[in-house]
Design a protein around this ligand. Structure first.
Ligand code: LLP
Length: 428
């Protein structure tokens, strides 16, 4: 069922790629390139499938907006019932603009500033996931100053090993910067009892992203269960168990889809045993497959025995290939029928690391053709940069036969908006 929405959201009709019921080419002609395009149907479908799988356990989904904080996506997920997981004051601001209220928001992150904690407390967020003793002390001070009690979750580092495609997206092993070591959490919870403005009501983990198996969830939950039992004996009343994000998506044709039923089977009994509400924070799972990046082929060239396709999008729009060696399927929006070729698809940025694919067998393309770079709805636009003074791409949402530009392409003026032509010098 789910696969069918995914399969039809970006499918060919008469050889040309459509985004739902809109030709990709029509979007590119209207919005220009490079442009990210998101399918509302895919987001609705992924939200529905995960919610369905978790119906047997009291839960709330808090979309990890770091994956894609586009306002249209946030509003859509909010309308479906999702809350949000934010990791900075900026995300908190964006979430509120998209209509999320305090109880819809979880605030996490390894380096929250005093100002960000103040903002979160003022908004009345549902949970602040604390990552260290020093942060807990700061939060106590800020909450005291505001005269409120902070709803706290402990982000635990459960020290589990994960199998995923890149070391940079594993987070829950000993030695990672994230979380409170699981064997130090009980002592910290006991000492926190003297903090009048701290209410420990949750435990949290996030073991990694694009998790290849369910094992890390199982192992991490075992750790959290043990800890929850000790904390309860020590007098804590835990209401929330937050297991983070990490559900994988299929990047290549033939990659397996996550087994949501199996996920629920691992998670639900552990949560019920702890008598708490489950919080899940998927990011990629909702937005990755909803998005494609449309880019134009500028040139073909042959150099050093290699064939290059030079596109008008590169590492500034999509950092994942160069930063994580990530694979993204690339197709021509309208293949010309010639034999497939093996090429490097590169961008215009002055860096050798600026590529979208290397030694890739793909459709033969020529200048002017439209490229479709798949599964780029998560960690695409949000990780883009202005390097080489490149204005950021536009973002488009498609819903059935309609589409809208939901983020305008940046202009050259946007690039210099904050620059002071005539700086005001101050004496030291
Ligand atoms: N919760 C926490 C605390 C997180 O740190 C993350 C992701 C998530 C939830 C959402 O994880 P997801 O469901 O999307 O896997 N830029 C990398 C991914 C970094 C993930 C960071 N944390 C990439 O492009 O693969």
């Amino acid at each position: 069922m789910g696969e069918s929405v995914l399969a039809t959201a970006f499918a060919r009709r008469g050889g040309a790629l459509f985004c739902e019921d809109v030709p990709a080419d029509a979007i590119a002609r209207s919005a220009g390139t490079p442009t990210f395009v998101y399918s509302a149907a895919v987001i609705r479908d992924s939200y529905r499938r995960l919610s369905c799988a978790l119906t047997g356990v009291k839960h709330r989904v808090h979309y990890a907006m770091k994956a894609n904080g586009n306002r249209a996506i946030l509003s859509l997920l909010r309308s479906l019932g999702s809350g949000v997981d934010v990791v900075s004051g900026g995300e908190l601001f964006r979430a509120q603009r998209a209509g999320f209220k305090g109880h819809d928001i979880i605030f996490g992150g390894v380096g929250k500033t005093g100002q960000e904690l103040r903002e979160a407390l003022k908004v009345g967020v549902k949970l602040i996931n604390v990552e260290s003793e020093a942060e807990l002390q700061l939060l106590e001070a800020v909450a005291r100053e505001l005269g409120v009690v902070a709803p706290v979750g402990f982000r635990i580092n459960p020290d589990v090993t994960v199998e995923n495609p890149h070391a940079y997206i594993a987070t829950g092993s000993k030695g990672h910067k994230f979380g409170i070591p699981h064997d130090e959490a009980l002592a910290l919870a006991k000492s926190a009892r003297s903090l009048e403005h701290i209410d420990l009501i949750g435990l949290d983990m996030h073991v990694g992203s694009q998790l290849a198996t369910l094992e890390p969830y199982r192992a991490g939950l075992d750790r959290l269960s043990d800890l929850a039992a000790s904390l309860t004996v020590a007098g804590a009343h835990l209401r929330y168990i937050d297991i983070g994000g990490g559900l994988p998506v299929a990047y290549d044709n033939g990659d397996p889809e996550p087994d949501l039923e199996a996920f629920a089977t691992v998670v639900a009994p552990a949560i019920k045993k702890m008598n708490a509400e489950l919080i899940v924070e998927p990011g990629r799972f909702f937005s990755a497959a909803s998005g494609v990046l449309l880019a134009r082929v500028l040139y073909r060239k042959r150099s050093g025995g290699k064939d290059y396709v030079i596109a008008d999008a590169g590492m500034t729009e999509l950092l994942r290939p160069s930063h994580y060696d990530a694979y993204h399927l690339i197709e021509s929006a309208k293949p010309n029928g010639r034999d497939r070729t093996v090429v490097d698809v590169v961008g215009p940025v002055c860096e050798s690391g600026d590529f979208l694919a290397q030694d890739r067998e793909m459709d033969d393309v020529e200048p002017g053709d439209l490229l479709v770079i798949h599964t780029t709805g998560a960690y695409g636009y949000v990780m883009s940069s202005n390097y080489n003074a490149r204005p950021k791409a536009a973002e488009v949402m498609v819903d059935g036969a309609r589409f809208a530009i939901v983020t305008a392409r940046e202009s050259y003026d946007d690039l210099v908006r904050l620059e002071q032509a005539d700086p005001e010098w101050r004496d030291a």
